[in-house]
Design a protein around this ligand. Sequence first.
Ligand SMILES: Cc1cc2nc3c(=O)[nH]c(=O)nc-3n(C[C@H](O)[C@H](O)[C@H](O)COP(=O)(O)OP(=O)(O)OC[C@H]3O[C@@H](n4cnc5c(N)ncnc54)[C@H](O)[C@@H]3O)c2cc1C
Length: 444
Amino acid sequence: MSADQETVTSDQPTTFPCTRHDALRAWEAFLPRIPAYDAERNGVRPGHGAVSRLSPAIRQRLVTEYELIAATLAAHPFARVEKFVQEILWRRYWKSWLELRPSVWTDYRADAARLRGELRGYQAKRLAELEEGRSGVEIMDYFAHELRDTGYLHNHARMWFAGFWVHTEKLPWELGADFFYRYLLDADPASNTLSWRWVAGIQTVGKSYLTRRSNLERYIAPDLLSAHGGGLERLDDKLAQPARVDALELPRPELPEDADDITLPDELSAPVGLWVHGDDLCVETAASLAGLRPAGVFAGMDGGLFTGERISDARRDYLGATLRDGLRRAGEYFGVTTAFEETASLADGLVAWAKACELGTVVAMRPAVGPLWEQLPELRGRLEREGIGLHLVWRPEDVRTLPHAKSGYFNFWQGARADLLGHEKKPEGADHPEHKRRRKRRHG
Ligand SMILES: Cc1cc2nc3c(=O)[nH]c(=O)nc-3n(C[C@H](O)[C@H](O)[C@H](O)COP(=O)(O)OP(=O)(O)OC[C@H]3O[C@@H](n4cnc5c(N)ncnc54)[C@H](O)[C@@H]3O)c2cc1C
């Protein structure tokens, strides 16, 4: 297929569970395949059958990482599913890492907005061509169309596309991350921003991810690659060179000040209302809300955020559907009425609802670093002006993973294993890949 043809369509699945019920059914179907995950997960094939495709549901917390890990370990011995558990915990690693360094998110958003206005000439033209799937490297154009058509990309395709964007095309990583962020149904401030930083070589200093033709030929289904093989010579291994990418110095990791808020205080100004949002849509499983007797539950769509950030319609619709499901379940669980509002700003909807219900306090799960978290000062201020408090609580499990994210994933995995799975920490270095390799060599 020629890259100039405008109608490169992806034939990948386009639907993703947008209720907890459907996410759990999809999960049950995937559970028996997990022992094969380690061997098969890197292959990119039509249908993506070797991976769960659950990331949009996990991102919005229709299901939690912890319940998926528990169900995995109840069904299979740890040794056969270790890789899958590790991957699930990558999300928690990235989220915890960003909680300890929130300015990495705010700096990235500011830089992306600035760069979007500054880009001119050839770079601006290439940016448009890559985003629209007209780069001339057909498999990358296929991925761009898949992202726009389905809201999903396989992890390996995300890595290849990001490596192509940063190191082959020398485009700013911030704008590539922004492109993904607008279209992915699972768009996650932590996983997306930090993965792009990793590909660019500024997350793990000295390590960049380069997209190599031999790697694509090894992992993409032959039929898929031969149908979209034009322009592959631009990715020849011998051409792969890291681009020079500048990075601001990283802030010192610091635990968030509110990270010990994992239970509700005895005295909250009554009546209390519950706000549910897209960072945690299964509040009925949150131990931190035990004992809550809300007068009502609210969820709101923030119209301004979507127009301002040019988020895709599909992502907006997905968020709307998942919010409605989370709200309905919360209402049923607490046995109270629910309200759903779509307003120009989230604060408008939330404050109007809280006033109409004559609330003394709004309670919510603490939003993770990202767009909702950025709005907290405004929300709190506007509620306070009406004499209404805002009380946020963390899931205890989320707090437990935070201190392990001060350095790399290896230390995080060791700490999280001990804290979440009850596995003893291994002696320093015992599980490290280099150590494993040496042990293998020694034992032939
Ligand atoms: C450049 C780039 C951008 C990314 N942007 C996002 C993003 O915005 N949102 C997002 O959720 N993931 C992102 N990822 C991580 C990863 O690609 C997706 O989580 C994964 O592909 C989701 O597909 P799946 O559910 O079929 O994964 P599976 O392979 O079935 O894995 C199961 C679950 O484990 C978690 N997981 C697996 N791999 C990773 C990983 N590398 N990092 C973090 N969590 C992981 C996810 O929750 C996933 O649903 C990005 C990766 C790269 C390289």
